[in-house]
Design a protein around this ligand. Structure first.
Ligand code: PMP
Length: 298
């Protein structure tokens, strides 16, 4: 994620009030901070409107339900908060980070004394699609750090626990790469540190199934829909590192990343970058945004 520092000023909606992000404060006894006990969403807005907001709010509500965290606001109130924050933000395109924590409680893991979660939404500007990355593709590595096992923390829960993803990203940085792909405990491909993985092999678009331990990404869902519309065969399939190394093309998808082509994996150059499936789906993705969010209200 490339957030531009400085202008326009990042804003925060915190429990009902909008303020500069530098003034927003969370108590140190919040269990979100102490234990990573909370859930979040990353949401893009374009043309003054949030993209796939209902899907994000639905996933947030499922994540919260899965960890037994009552959301302090219903979906309608959250959507209103998002709209108010986008309206207050200086420009019509950017990134939102919506976080719900368990709230304040005494030290100790027991969540029951935490009576009310804190809700905050940060609005920040993001470099639009990084043209250079889209043109040249990025270098990725397969990280030694593994994705948390499905029976440890279900990957469909978008929780505040991202430490192993951060460790994987550090491995990428140390190797001079821009992103890391995490495997599951069985050595199968899961996803990037903050994005889903697609490859093209033998004319088919392939992505690992959620049951292999990946986040059910909203951009991933959009790409699967768009591939069907474009007549590209797309399947969920368990993948090994071998499948990545020998793929015709590979790209990553996510709210922050949108679609980024991969040029090189662990030093192996892919056959096409950007490939034809990537180029087609990237165009379709931007056409869909224009179609869904056509009218600008700023
Ligand atoms: N996997 C992980 C681990 C992520 O953090 C993200 C970003 N939320 C994604 C995949 C992509 O998901 P989405 O398209 O919903 O942003």
């Amino acid at each position: 994620m490339d957030c531009n520092k400085g202008a326009p000023e990042s804003l925060c909606w915190l429990n009902g009030e909008i303020m500069p992000v530098t003034q927003a404060r969370i108590p140190v006894l919040d269990h979100g901070l102490l234990y990573g006990d909370g859930v979040f969403e990353g949401i893009r807005f374009y043309r003054g409107r949030a993209f796939r907001l209902q899907e994000h709010l639905h996933r947030l509500s499922d994540s919260a339900a899965a960890i037994g965290l009552p959301l302090p606001l219903d979906q309608e109130a959250l959507a209103a908060a998002v709209a108010d924050l986008i309206e207050a933000f200086a420009v019509p395109e950017g990134y939102l980070r919506l976080v719900v924590t368990r709230g304040e409680g005494p030290l100790g893991l027991d969540p029951t004394p935490c009576k009310r979660g804190n809700v905050f939404i940060i609005a920040a500007q993001m470099a639009l699609v990084d043209a250079e990355k889209c043109r040249r593709g990025i270098r990725v590595i397969i990280a030694a750090t593994r994705r948390l096992p499905v029976d440890g923390l279900d990957p469909r829960i978008k929780s505040l626990n991202y430490l192993n993803h951060i460790l994987a990203r550090m491995e990428a940085g140390n190797a001079g790469a821009q992103e890391a792909i995490l495997l599951n405990a069985r050595g199968h491909v899961c996803e990037g540190s903050a994005d889903n993985v697609f490859i093209v092999r033998n004319g088919a678009l392939l992505t690992p199934p959620v049951s292999d331990g990946v986040l059910d990404g909203i951009t991933r869902r959009v790409i699967i829909e768009l591939a069907a519309q474009a007549g590209i065969v797309c399947r969920e399939q368990t993948l090994a590192p071998y499948d990545l190394y020998t793929a015709d093309e590979c790209f990553l998808t996510g709210t922050g990343a949108e679609l980024i082509p991969v040029r090189e994996i662990d030093g192996r150059l892919l056959k096409q970058c950007p490939g034809s499936a990537y180029t087609c789906l990237q165009q379709q993705f931007h056409a869909l945004i224009r179609k869904d969010l056509g009218s600008t209200n700023q």
